[in-house]
Design a protein. Structure first.
Length: 94
């Protein structure tokens, strides 16, 4: 059952990130929850290497959440990016 939860959360997270809609940032949260589900499943039923892999994926999901929040903060507090919003294409940093 926990593997089905992990599967559903990962597919929903991927769909949200691919659509680039206002709720896309929640895709990272869904990935994080999915990775936790898969790591738990691996610890209970599968190889430890799968648990380690999903623990590493949890770290990348946390980076995704952090970057999205940082981009959102900068888009809301930067006069140069007024009106672009958090779902605007990434800007190249100088």
């Amino acid at each position: 059952m926990i593997d089905a939860v992990g599967l559903g959360l990962s597919l929903a997270g991927a769909g949200l990130l691919a659509c680039r809609v206002r709720a896309s940032a929640w895709g990272w949260v869904l990935f994080l929850l999915s990775n936790a589900a898969w790591a738990s499943y691996a610890l209970l039923h599968g190889p430890v290497t799968l648990a380690v892999q999903h623990a590493a994926f949890m770290a990348t999901s946390l980076v995704g959440i952090w970057r999205y929040r940082a981009d959102l903060y900068h888009s809301l507090h930067s006069p140069q990016s007024a009106g672009q919003g958090p779902n605007a294409p990434p800007r190249r940093r100088p």
